[in-house]
Design a protein around this ligand. Structure first.
Ligand code: BTN
Length: 325
């Protein structure tokens, strides 16, 4: 274990109480000045550590940050987030970075996290509002052994995992709007962007990017009516690390289940959480618009719409507007 991590482990074990510099240097088998160096490093990262010549050191505050060490501690997964966690205070886009790493051969489970994105990507060429330390902006690299036509199911699966994590970790009642918008009280709280590389019969990698509005307080005018956050819905600040861990755990469980036993149980859950099937909808695509009844979810994740004249259309991507009866 690195000296920094070891020091943090001992400080946390004290639960806010003092531990002497001498005890630390003995346990870690390093000099007292090496302990001091690591204390300075942790302080720079945002940990608040008190020091006293007689008592030693005491950890009094853990930063509200998505630091890899904090995510990894207590993370109950086998692969997701167990490989490298690539972290930055600021990044253009975690999806772009994860794609770059995937091309270089990064293994399944590699996680890219940022406190802020300057070029966060959304679906259909849009951007994703990513203010500093308010949301979760995370991308995971997957290397599923799947026929390429089944890969879109991973996007649906991710939506189910986010919705279940929000249900477990917050008092909210999320719903899924096809394909993968997570809504609370009709407003979007999370968006998912999957980007993959595949050939005719093989998937090289899939990057699953998740943006969750956790403690976002103010949205720009154009998003005010359509977006929300856990904070805006509950009036409480939530621990982003806990929510990210809860998501990774559910994501891995559903993913293993899908690859091992098929899509049945994920699809069942998707249907329970979904709010589109059976509704009159208008689908806005980049170049056209269709209206009709949302009839079915197809095997490959497409939504089947029936128009008034009985014609059926398969929709692969678009924004759904639901017409409540
Ligand atoms: C959407 O438009 O609904 C999808 C939004 C996806 C945003 C996330 S934030 C983390 C990851 N990195 C990106 O650049 N985009 C995704």
């Amino acid at each position: 274990m690195a000296t920094r991590d070891e020091l943090l482990k001992y400080l946390k074990a004290q639960q806010g109480d003092w531990i002497s510099g001498e005890a630390l240097s003995r346990r870690m088998a390093v000099s007292r000045s090496a302990v001091w160096k690591q204390v300075s490093r942790l302080r720079q990262e945002g940990y608040v550590i008190r020091s006293s010549p007689n008592k030693g050191y005491a950890l009094s505050e853990i930063p509200e940050m998505l630091l890899p060490g904090e995510i990894g501690e207590g993370l109950d997964t086998s692969v997701f987030g167990r490989q490298d966690i690539v972290y930055a205070g600021e990044m253009d886009s975690t999806n772009r970075k994860a794609g770059e790493l995937a091309v270089k051969g990064a293994p399944e489970g590699t996680l890219v996290v940022a406190e802020k994105q300057t070029g966060g990507r959304g679906r259909m060429g849009r951007s994703w509002f990513s203010p500093s330390r308010e949301g979760i902006y995370a991308s995971l690299i997957l290397r599923p052994r799947l026929p390429p036509h089944e890969a879109p199911r991973i996007t649906l699966l991710t939506g189910v995992a986010v919705a279940d994590a929000l249900l477990a970790a917050t008092p909210l009642k999320p719903a899924i709007k096809w394909p993968n918008d997570i809504l609370v009280n009709g407003r979007k709280i999370c968006g998912i962007l999957t980007e993959s590389s595949m050939e005719m019969d093989v998937v090289h990698y899939v990057v699953v990017g998740v943006g969750i509005n956790v403690n976002t307080r103010v949205f720009p005018d154009e998003l005010k009516e359509i977006a929300t956050s856990v904070y805006l819905e509950t009036g409480r600040v939530f621990d982003r690390v806990l929510l990210l861990r809860a998501f990774l755990k559910r994501f891995e469980t559903y993913y293993d289940d899908f690859l091992g036993s098929g899509f049945g149980s994920v699809e069942k859950r998707w249907r329970e959480l979904g709010v589109v099937l059976g509704k009159e909808v208008t689908v806005h695509m980049i170049d056209t618009t269709w209206s009709g009844r949302a009839m079915e979810l197809d095997r490959d994740g497409a939504l089947i719409i029936e128009e008034d004249n009985g014609a059926r259309r398969r929709i692969y991507s678009g924004d759904i507007q639901i017409h409540e009866n």
